[in-house]
Design a protein around this ligand. Structure first.
Ligand code: SAH
Length: 224
């Protein structure tokens, strides 16, 4: 049984979390709902016990199996970009590719998004994310899928937002097809070893692509 959440340890983590969010504000995160979600989710419960003291530092941390939990700033930027210029609407349907430990998924849950889907290809991480999300007991529920995120979830499409937390070398075509008109995709793209974060908006007339900043993610495995 997990003892974190009781006694003095909890206060310590809450304080660190509040400091993390203050730092995110200073770094330019302005969307209040996103900052609030990051105050709500106990990030330390998503990392290995030995790394918990580092959970609120602005760094990515290893999850094992060569994968990482993204640094808090990256999670905040991507979430803010996904909903930029739009209300964070409970009726939205969002797809995340690369569940990892489930931290980004938990942030979407804390935003009370109505339908959240998240795909992870490594079964042990998929199972761990399920446990982590159960442990943090957020109201809104995500549907976690173990499979190849490159292919998306055609049966559940179209999605108002699609977020990739692993970097492909080109935008996966199935994901572009599964984006709703008026929907937005946020993804890192690996361009010859250098990664950039991109936003792609799908309009009735076609796609509009914007490069945002440099990025550093694990590769999106493409077996297709
Ligand atoms: N969103 C996570 C970040 C996890 S790192 C967080 O909040 O911490 C990226 C994850 O993408 C890894 O777990 C990796 O296994 C997964 N991944 C890579 N290629 C994938 C693919 N084709 N389909 C689904 N998941 C993939």
């Amino acid at each position: 049984m997990n003892k974190v959440g009781q006694g003095a340890g909890w206060t310590g983590f809450e304080l660190r979390r509040a400091r993390m969010v203050a730092r995110l504000r200073q770094m330019g995160i302005t969307r209040e709902e996103v900052l609030e979600a990051m105050v709500t989710v106990p990030r330390h419960l998503f990392v290995e016990e030995a790394l918990r003291s580092r959970a609120y530092d602005d760094m990515s941390l290893p999850l094992g199996l060569g994968q990482t939990i993204s640094q808090p700033y990256t999670v905040a930027v991507m979430t803010q970009l996904l909903f930029a210029k739009r209300p964070i609407n409970v009726n939205q349907r969002i797809l995340e590719i690369g569940t990892g430990c489930g931290y980004q998924t938990a942030i979407l849950q804390a935003l009370k998004i109505k339908e959240i889907y998240s795909i992870e290809r490594i079964r042990s991480l998929h199972e761990r994310a399920k446990q982590n999300l159960r442990a943090v007991r957020l109201q809104s529920q995500a549907r976690l899928v173990c499979g190849d995120g490159y292919l998306g979830l055609p049966q559940q499409a179209p999605f108002d937002g699609i977020m990739l937390t692993a970097a492909p070398k080109e935008v996966p075509l199935p994901l572009l097809q599964q984006l709703a008109i008026g929907g937005r995709m946020v993804l890192p793209l690996d361009e010859g070893g250098i990664q950039f974060l991109w936003v792609i908006d799908k309009t009735a007339k076609g796609f509009q692509e914007t490069c945002v900043q440099k990025a550093l993610f694990v590769p999106l495995v493409n077996d297709n």
